[in-house]
Design a protein. Structure first.
Lengths: 141, 141
DNA sequence: TAATAAATGCGTTTAATTTTCATTATCTTC
DNA sequence: GAAGATAATGAAAATTAAACGCATTTATTA
């Protein structure tokens, strides 16, 4: 059991809610999910779970390095599996569609900027917002 | 009176709270301020004002193009005067010190990335976080 | 200065997230 | 495999930043 061991390694107890949350991230077609998304998904599939547990688990997973937390401009935190290889995001302001990208040039220039300002760079957040060109792109509340 | 005219141009009524908020931004040594910062500053200097007014005025000023709203990772919105020329930010995770920068290379590459993904870029947010090297840098709550 | 339309302050409300606490499940040990 | 220690859970209450409703006050305009 893959997810079981992944949890074991974090030192966290292997519980049903935790397994399910991990499972949702690993099987969902949408990889960027909010606490609410997870919660509804679990309720929908008949799980008995409290929203507080979801929030707790997400934060624990983040601290354990399993998840990454993002703040798009929606106001709510968005999580995704920590794939280890860094990437940034471009988000459609119309339909919410998210695409990922890595641009070595941008990464290098950021380090350079930090150096120029006497900072040791720890992390960065870069979100590009715009209009996408998906055929089914439309504003969704 | 400079600030008076600046307000006039926005179509908003020239009121004391609005003048004072504008004045704080134009005279403060720290240019990136939260609603709370403004509120405390005004209470401190004897103004009679409600926090709701601050929130309302900040949003109105943002819509009028007088202010820019940022979301650093503090959780609360941060505002600064809209100097018209775009810049990004590098923030010290220890002391909260903020420096501004513009890097044309990064700007160009962002546009390029957007194009490659079929997006029309509307805006972006880039924050670099790290440790600064100010002599008086230390963790402040 | 009076009429009108907008702005203010106070208190209430919302939305996301966190905390408290009693109950329950997991892990470890025997 | 059962018992004890410890951590996790769910429900409800608490917190926090921000928005809102409304009666009252103020700025603008005539
Ligand atoms: Mn991603
Ligand atoms: Mn700035
Ligand atoms: Zn779209
Ligand atoms: Zn510092």
């Amino acid at each position: 059991m893959e997810e079981h061991d992944e949890l074991k390694k974090t030192g966290l107890k292997v519980t049903l809610p935790r397994l399910k949350v991990l499972n949702i991230f690993e099987s969902s077609k949408e990889k960027h999910l909010t606490a609410e998304d997870i919660y509804k998904e679990m309720l929908g599939s008949g799980e008995e779970v409290g929203l507080a547990t979801i929030y707790r688990v997400l934060t624990q997973f983040e601290q354990a390095g399993l998840l990454i937390r993002h703040h798009f401009e929606s106001g709510k935190a968005v999580f995704e599996l920590n794939e280890k290889s860094h990437h940034d995001h471009i988000v459609c302001l119309q339909c919410g569609h998210v695409e990922e990208f890595v641009n070595e040039g941008i990464e290098k220039l950021q380090t350079q900027v930090a150096n120029e300002h006497g900072f040791t760079i720890i992390e960065h957040s870069l979100y590009i917002y715009g209009d996408c060109t998906k055929k089914d792109c439309e504003y969704k509340k």
